[in-house]
Design a protein around this ligand. Structure first.
Ligand code: ADP
Length: 306
């Protein structure tokens, strides 16, 4: 699972390597995120409250799995829902970054694929208390669909990131997505359109919106993002900072994590304002090497973001 953290309270590299499906429940603030790797940290990190957090995932009984659990514990995250299995190795992501900071990621899902709908039901209470659930496609589509369904039926805001994208995505994913957020490549796979400019992204977003989502966001790397919603059905381009990218790996996850944070804690901000801030935070993340390690701490971000 790509990381969902926008900014960090601790290092996430072990989480990125292990890539497991999580439900993180911040009990006091009632925020739950579901995703692989770490899409939730952000929120907890931002609360500043003595919150109880839980990770929901399957890892292997191997060194990555052990490191992963250790990383959770070091970050005060309950591992009550973190299962270790003998039947598969911990999921891994091998990342290659070129001189322009662009990446190629090879994911071996491993134990992620063993997370099943029954596991989710064990976390039903935590899910029902959430404010936002983030879901991706690095566990099986059935598990992700069930997670979204459980969230949706409890009035939990759903933020779906169709990564890695599959061309024949089950149409229920669209209807279950309050916010559908993908990058250019994913938008191309899902729509069959070429997406290489804000104008292209606007067209692709319209196709996706018509499939039933409430809000579609397409991220465009250095170009920021484009948004389209049922209430504002004219595509809007939200440009971002011009920065020197060192390593863009995890930028999308930083963006999604930051967006989730704003949806959970600043729901009265306009969507455009949330996206400006998510752009800013993701732009910080591309200026340093690594994924988790490139996410800024809250204390290092400008106060006017909060
Ligand atoms: P992904 O990481 O999924 O490929 P993108 O490359 O679209 O996603 O990046 C996600 C977000 O990260 C962008 O919308 C933007 O806010 C930020 N971002 C990515 N690359 C850059 C960059 N070179 N300069 C500034 N911001 C960037």
């Amino acid at each position: 699972f790509s990381t969902i953290q926008g900014f960090r309270e601790a290092r996430f590299s072990a989480i990125l390597k292990c890539g497991c499906l999580f439900v993180i429940n911040v009990v006091l603030t009632e925020v739950t995120f579901l995703s692989i790797r770490s899409r939730f940290w952000t929120t907890e990190a931002m609360t500043g409250s003595p919150s109880m957090q839980r990770a929901f995932s399957v890892v292997g009984k191997d060194s990555f799995g052990n490191d992963y659990i250790e990383n959770l514990k070091q970050n005060d995250i309950s591992t009550e829902f973190t299962y270790q299995t003998q039947d598969a190795a911990t999921g891994t992501a091998s990342i290659i970054v070129n001189n322009e900071g662009q990446n190629i990621i090879i994911i071996v899902a491993g134990a992620n694929l063993l997370l099943n709908t029954e596991d989710l039901r064990e976390a039903a209470k935590a899910i029902s208390r959430a404010k936002v659930m983030i879901c991706q496609l690095e566990v099986t589509p059935e598990t992700s669909l069930e997670a979204l369904t459980m969230a949706h039926s409890n009035g939990v805001k759903t933020l779906f990131n169709p990564a890695p994208a599959i061309a024949d995505l089950d149409p229920r994913f669209y209807a279950l997505s309050d916010v559908f957020c993908c990058n250019e490549t994913e938008a191309e796979i899902l729509t069959g359109l070429t997406v290489s400019s804000p104008a292209d992204a606007g067209k692709a977003a319209r196709v996706l919106l018509e499939r039933g989502c409430q809000v579609v966001i397409i991220t465009l790397g250095a170009e920021g993002c484009v948004m389209l919603s049922q209430t504002e059905p004219v595509p809007k381009h939200i440009p971002t900072e011009k920065v020197k990218a060192v390593d863009t790996t995890g930028a999308g996850d930083s963006f999604v994590g930051a967006l989730a944070f704003y949806l959970a804690y600043y729901p009265n901000l306009s969507l455009e304002e949330m996206l400006k801030r998510a752009n800013f935070i993701a732009a910080v993340s591309v200026q340093a090497a690594g994924t988790q390690s490139s996410y800024p701490y809250k204390k290092d971000l400008p106060l006017d973001l909060f």
